[in-house]
Ligand binder design. Structure first.
Ligand SMILES: [Zn+2]
Length: 345
């Protein structure tokens, strides 16, 4: 191992305390220069390394990532610095994103944009707003980082992390997130961001929260131009029994009692045009108790959810559309808080 005090010590130097601040063993005079107490000055190589690492920390901080992810990103950056000899802004961002993905932490598109603006401001003296080409380059570099270091992405962690970010955005309470996570896992485990957005969108519609689901899709990294999952049909079993939701039919919303299986509500959506329709125009009507067996379906404003089946239309890049069935059995006592309860009189 080479005796490199910068490589060994730098994770202690935090970007936010980098200006005229003492650190063990050396004094940071002015970023990116470090002057040692014994008046040795940094080599050019060390200065490059320091600049790279402070960029990594800055990017991680802007992306709201914790110390664990920052340290991992610094480790990856040093490893790749050895191989590539310098790191560009897009590579630094890709490295931080790779560290986050490895730890199962989702990053929003907005935070990637802000990190890019900040790093270009440091390196070029002015913030540069990233374009689609920049996004594509970051995506490519991300894949290169992951492949070169043979990294493993925590996709399940990413699903949970994305659901939390998106659930915050629509103002969902903590307890309502479990059903979202369970549904997201059943959609497509290999697509954490899409699956989380599709699941949160479904519950957004059910819970009568923020009706504007397009904004959810705009939060995703990598960016999507338009949403890829369209809710085509849904069936839900509510209450505390063991009856599962029936197979969903296209453009139909169905609710059944989880105790006796009685059909509580079923509506087929007749769209204004066969091309352009939105199933979320159908309101969910669930009575307070099942009229057939008397089972309780609501707990205050919380609708008890036993199982959910959703039919999605998934749009590929080239506009090819395929149907995806998601089926999720919820843990007992799962529920979601509904903002405006619409009950049948
Ligand atoms: Zn019933």
């Amino acid at each position: 191992m080479d005796e490199d005090p910068i490589a060994d010590e730098l994770p202690r130097v935090r970007y936010d305390v980098l200006e005229s601040h003492e650190s063990p063993g050396f004094i940071v005079e002015k970023r990116p220069y470090i002057e040692f107490s014994d008046s040795r000055t940094l080599t050019l190589e060390e200065r490059h390394k320091l600049r790279t690492l402070s960029s990594v920390y800055a990017a991680a901080k802007i992306m709201e990532l914790d110390d664990e992810v920052s340290k991992e990103a610094a480790r990856i950056a040093l490893e790749l610095y050895k191989r590539w000899h310098s790191l560009k802004v897009t590579e630094v961002i890709a490295i931080v994103l790779a560290a986050a993905a490895e730890k199962g932490v989702a990053v929003t598109r907005e935070n990637v944009e802000r990190a890019y603006e900040r790093l270009t401001m440091v390196s070029r003296g002015r913030p540069v707003t990233p374009t689609g080409d920049v996004f594509n380059e970051i995506k490519k570099k991300f894949m290169r980082v992951v492949m070169e270091l043979n990294m493993k992405i925590d996709k399940d962690g990413l699903i949970v992390s994305y659901v939390n970010i998106l659930a915050n955005a629509i103002g969902a309470d903590d307890a309502s997130r479990m059903p979202m996570i369970v549904l997201a896992r059943s959609i497509d485990k290999s697509r954490p961001a899409y699956s989380a957005a599709a699941a949160v969108e479904f519950f957004n519609y059910m819970m009568r929260l923020d009706r504007d689901s397009e904004s959810l899709w705009k939060m995703l990294w990598p960016p999507v131009k338009r949403k890829r999952f369209l809710i085509d049909g849904a069936s839900v079993s509510v209450g505390a029994g063991d009856v599962k939701a029936p197979e969903p039919k296209s453009r139909t919303v169905t609710v059944v009692c989880a105790s006796c299986g009685a059909r509580l509500f079923s509506v087929k959506h007749k769209p204004p045009s066969p091309v352009n329709y939105d199933i979320s125009q159908i309101p969910f009507h669930v009575p307070a108790v099942c009229p057939h067996c008397g089972a309780r379906l609501w707990n205050g404003n919380r609708l008890m959810i036993r199982s959910v089946k959703v039919l999605y239309k998934f749009r590929h890049n080239g506009n090819e559309v395929m149907l995806i069935r998601a089926s999720a059995l919820m843990p007992k006592e799962s529920s979601v808080a509904v903002r405006e309860i619409e009950r049948l009189s």
